[in-house]
Design a protein around this ligand. Structure first.
Ligand code: GLA
Length: 401
């Protein structure tokens, strides 16, 4: 009997500890990550300068918080198995770097892998999960992206749950970002494990293409967008679908940057910039810091948007917002302009998952264009517009008094 009681107490203790940090990521995380632009070329100078630029460009004021170091920061494990950063790239150490970033009111992210090696061939966390979590807490890490290379035959729920529990035990609140590319359908099991999970393989800086590397592929913006079908019901405050980090400013045309950013906002996707903030042109900054578009992404209702209709290469997306408002984005996927005529009163837009519905036949909504920042009339008359190729018309709908 005594033993049974002891066992129960132990199990209860386990369960109490085995939780992700619930209060984090109530809206999709916003920040920056080194990978899309710099790949393995990371060092403390780049990270410090990026933190400086987060502040000086206005990115921080627009809501971007996390400065995330991706793969290749690692040195070796010491004789006790603890991980240390590469001392040539990070001579001041991770704690000093984190202190520098925290002093600006920003937060710090780091990267590891569930296997024994990261995708870049550096030490992974397998078998060292608790040690690594302790080290990250000691350094002051706030966000962990946890990759899935070199995990042959391992169980994804098992590996990610182990790291979640390690982070919980280390005790420092950490946003836990699962990066297993959607291979094991994390949306079905990771709601209690992490705050966001990648839904696809890696993005690349192209609007409509697939890069085939033989054993793996990289996907363009439209390809990734299409892979989100059916996933929206799994997202919500504290647990988001992650269609990968932004390629805004990494070589897409200005219209493509705008469309990419608008669609990630509609998807309630994490907004993790992936460009060089130290030399960001004004037109790129204007996309990443469009506060009206960010507000759609960060809306506290936390509902991922949906494709309502697709007609002649043009898609009509809707996202319910708090207070009975809606965001609508008209996406022209083609390279050439498309004329649009959307007769509100004839359209039966219904969000069957959030159980919300704008009643265009009986209610008039005022329209605001979130890119031109101008009024676009109201829903009493059909929306008549021309959307340029690979571009969007993005509106916010508010009940007219
Ligand atoms: C994987 C991830 C990328 C990046 C690299 C780093 O490909 O999906 O986002 O983290 O590894 O090696």
């Amino acid at each position: 009997m005594k033993w049974v009681l002891l066992l129960l107490v132990c199990l209860a203790g386990e369960r109490a500890q085995a939780q992700k940090f619930e209060a984090l990521a109530k809206t999709p995380p916003m920040g920056w990550n080194s990978w899309n632009k710099f790949a393995c070329n990371v060092n403390e100078k780049l990270i410090r300068e990026t933190a400086d630029a987060m502040v000086s460009t206005g990115m921080q004021a627009a809501g971007y918080t996390y400065v995330n170091i991706d793969d290749c920061w690692h040195g070796a494990r010491d004789s006790l198995g603890f991980i240390h950063p590469d001392s040539a790239r990070f001579p001041s150490g991770m704690k000093a770097l984190a202190d520098y970033i925290h002093a600006k009111g920003l937060k710090v992210g780091i990267y590891s892998d569930a296997g024994d090696k990261t995708c870049g061939g550096h030490p992974g966390s397998r078998g060292h999960e608790y040690q690594d979590a302790v080290m990250y807490a000691k350094w002051g890490i706030d966000y962990l992206k946890y990759d899935w290379c070199n995990t042959d035959k391992l169980s994804a729920p098992g590996q990610y749950t182990t790291m979640r529990d390690a982070l919980a035990t280390a005790g420092r609140p950490v946003v836990f970002s699962l990066c297993e590319w959607g291979n094991n359908k994390p949306w079905e099991w990771a709601g209690d494990v992490g705050h966001l999970w990648r839904t696809t393989g890696d993005i690349t800086n192209c609007f409509d293409c697939v890069l085939d590397h033989g054993t793996w592929k990289q996907w363009g913006v439209l390809q990734i967008l299409d892979m989100q079908d059916g996933l929206r019901k799994f997202a919500g405050p504290g647990h988001w679908n992650d269609p990968d980090m932004l390629e805004v400013g990494n070589g897409l045309a200005p219209n493509e940057d705008r469309a990419h950013f608008s669609m990630w906002a509609m998807l309630a996707a994490p907004l993790i910039a992936g460009n060089d903030l130290r030399s960001m042109p004004a037109n790129v900054g204007a996309v990443l810091m469009n506060r009206d578009v960010i507000a759609v992404n960060q809306d506290s209702l936390g509902v991922q948007g949906f494709r309502y209709a697709a007609r002649d290469s043009v898609e009509y997306w809707f996202k319910p917002l708090k207070g009975g408002e809606w965001a609508m984005t008209v996406l022209n996927r083609s390279k050439t302009p498309r004329a649009v005529n959307f007769a509100w009163a004839n359209e039966a837009v219904v969000d069957s998952i959030a159980k919300l519905q704008p009643s265009f036949a009986t209610t008039r909504y005022a329209l605001r264009d979130l890119w031109t920042k101008k009024s676009a009339g109201n829903t009493a008359r059909p929306l008549v517009a021309t959307v340029p190729g690979r571009d969007v018309l993005m509106l916010r709908l508010r009940k007219a008094s």
